[in-house]
Design a protein around this ligand. Sequence first.
Ligand code: FES
Length: 263
Amino acid sequence: MINSNNALILKNEQVARDIYVIELHIPNITFICRAGQFVNLYTGNNAMLLPRPISICRADKNRGVIKLVYRIAGKGTEIISRMKPDSLIRVMGPLGNGFKLEHGKVALVGGGVGIPPLLELAHALRENDDETDINVFIGYRNNETFLLNEFREICRHVDIATDDGSAGFHGNSVDLFKNGDTTQADFVYACGPLPMLKSLSEYMRNRADRLFLSLEERMGCGTGACMGCAVKVRDGANWVYKRVCRDGPVFTASDLLFDIEGA
Ligand code: FES
């Protein structure tokens, strides 16, 4: 059964242009969530019944608090951005499958609001095996970066890119990753806009079974009801539709059929 509860908003602050961090006190989600899962946030506006699926950025089990980072991408997230601390917001989750934790040398590649779930992943990888060598390649629009210090606290190597070249490498996170010593990574985890994930899949086509993609961008209702998030996934010699919200959002790149329209 999926949890649906009201959570107390502890903080809801802008950290970059159109980017906000919200912290919610909701212990029953905090205790059971895994890296790569997401929650649905409800605006409380009857004209806007569909929830807003947001990836979990950090889960602090001691405080019973989850942290989410979201971009204002429409009316729903704009309403959420105006919610004040000490008010309540309805939250459903945790939802989705989450990341499988591997060992060895791993690379995390993220762009925009695809960066936040990689922070919880970095903590989970570290807690799972403190020998794991975590290397981070993240891309922002400009020098209004976020979560950078949190990554630097626990990862061996953190590189950034910006679209406008105002900080770090001039380009996107995939170009940044390609520019590094990428052949050394045993496993690669990525989250970000679909073109970024396609580009990374193409680059790693010979190692696609070691590339894990979170397709968080492909969400509609977030509850398995609308099929608006369907992607084509290999099934032996054939393919089947899978729902990003129910069967994902994380898929192994070798299973995804990006080349077919709608995948
Ligand atoms: Fe509606 Fe997945 S978002 S079925």
